[in-house]
Write a protein that binds this ligand. Structure first.
Ligand code: HC3
Length: 402
């Protein structure tokens, strides 16, 4: 049956939804400038999305417990695949559809931690650029000596729907084996726009390149593709340089990133299974709003979020304008003083040797620093010297970073 236009749109919003659809057909590619109807606005900022990488700490740290390098790389693949549902589909489940996230301001912060049998897994996420919007994050677990660091920006275009290319990467480091894995980020597009129930579908391929000599390539497909099934994935792991050699495949993964997938070895024996619906998540602990820094996302956007929740568009616009005006005044002052906003936890790097070395295994990979306002790395010294309410971070860092 053909998709019925606006079927999922509340009756009073049908007009604004069709105007929105008309407006995005000519939009300029900057997702932050896109104005969407009230019912599709989210109360969550993109700085919070960094948490999706680690909601299951057990899977994130599992590779650090595996002595065999080949199996370790396979467990990195398993963990990465397990994060996809959180990253790209968890909001549909919670909110009923993909909504338009709040566009973070420069310097916006999101900090939290997961505490479970794997110890503490700490998250620091910061908006390191506003034009273009870039979010950087560092996630670490001292007990298991695992660190994940990265940043991302989005380049959007319109052709039949909203298409988004992600610029940026993540790097997973395992202390015990002094091993790095460079992870590229999937392109995506929005499905369900016509009916008013948008959701994300992933496109093309991404790679995980390990410094231990193994690469995984993950291919994504959706409803209209060969597999014909929503949210499908198919992955292969092979030694560096052997992407085209079918006989060199060490592991394969097949299934769905929103449901379940299976990993098999070269002899077609199942070695790992994953069921997104069954895997337990550890809740993220975030400081109560009253104890947060004024730049922390939930405190900074509190009034906007309340107005969105009430469906009060005037109050939403008013509160957003206050934040934007304050930001403009800050930028003006900085320009007058000929200085730049000092990022709280991240710093620009001149180069990223680990990335440069490993990305050679990816046919089309590059850093694209010009698209992300620089190369962003977590600055341990900044974090060690962090003032209240972030002083506890320095204890966390002293407790195990190599
Ligand atoms: C495209 C997207 C904003 C960016 C989101 C990113 C790429 C951010 C980094 C995370 O690690 C992964 C991620 C997941 C989802 C991506 C969002 C999906 C939709 C959103 C658009 C700006 C909203 C489009 C508006 C509407 C009304 C169609 O939903």
């Amino acid at each position: 049956m053909a998709e019925q236009e606006g079927a999922a749109v509340p009756a009073q919003s049908k007009g604004s939804w069709s105007s929105f659809l008309k407006s995005i057909a000519t939009f300029n590619g900057d997702l932050s400038t896109m104005t969407a109807p009230a019912f599709i606005l989210s109360t969550t900022s993109l700085t919070e999305f960094s948490a999706y990488w680690a909601e299951m700490p057990r899977l994130l740290v599992a590779p650090a417990k595996e002595p065999d390098p080949q199996k370790r790389a396979m467990l990195v693949l398993k963990w990465f695949l397990s994060t996809l549902k959180q990253q790209y589909a968890s909001r549909n489940e919670k909110l009923g559809s993909e909504k338009k996230p709040l566009n973070p301001f420069l310097g916006e912060l999101f900090l939290g931690k997961w505490e479970d049998e794997e110890g503490t897994t700490q998250l620091v996420s910061e908006q390191v650029s506003h034009h273009p919007p870039v979010t950087a994050y560092s996630i670490w677990n001292n007990k298991n000596g695992v660190r994940l660091e990265g940043y991302n920006a989005q380049k959007a275009s319109f052709s039949r729907t909203i298409n988004v290319r992600q610029v940026g990467h993540a790097i997973l480091h395992i202390d015990k084996y002094d091993e790095d894995y460079v992870i590229t980020l999937p392109a995506l597009h929005i499905e369900g726009l016509i009916t008013g129930s948008p959701y994300v579908e992933l496109n093309k391929s991404t790679y995980i390149v390990g410094s231990n000599g193994f690469t995984s390539r993950i291919d994504y497909s959706g409803k209209g593709w060969v597999s014909g099934t929503k949210n499908s994935l198919s992955a292969v792991m092979y030694p560096h340089g052997k992407e085209k050699d079918k006989n060199a495949v060490l592991y394969t993964a097949e299934g769905s990133w929103t449901d379940s997938f299976t990993i098999k070895d070269a002899k077609k024996n199942t070695v790992e299974t994953y069921n997104a619906k069954k895997e337990p998540k550890t809740p993220l602990k975030v400081a109560p709003i009253e104890e947060q820094d004024p730049l922390e996302t939930r405190r900074a956007w509190k009034k906007v979020a309340e107005a969105i929740q009430k469906g009060d568009m005037n109050a939403t616009a008013h509160e957003k304008t206050l934040i934007e005006e304050h930001q403009r005044a800050l930028r003006k002052r900085e320009a007058g003083d000929k200085r730049e906003w000092e990022r709280r936890f991240f710093t620009r790097a001149q180069k990223l040797p680990v990335f440069d070395k490993l990305i050679k295994e990816v046919p089309y990979g590059s850093l694209e620093a010009d698209q992300t306002n620089g190369i962003w790395v977590f600055d341990k010294d900044k974090a060690l010297n962090a003032k209240p309410p972030f002083s506890a971070l320095s204890e966390e860092l002293k407790g195990g970073w190599k």
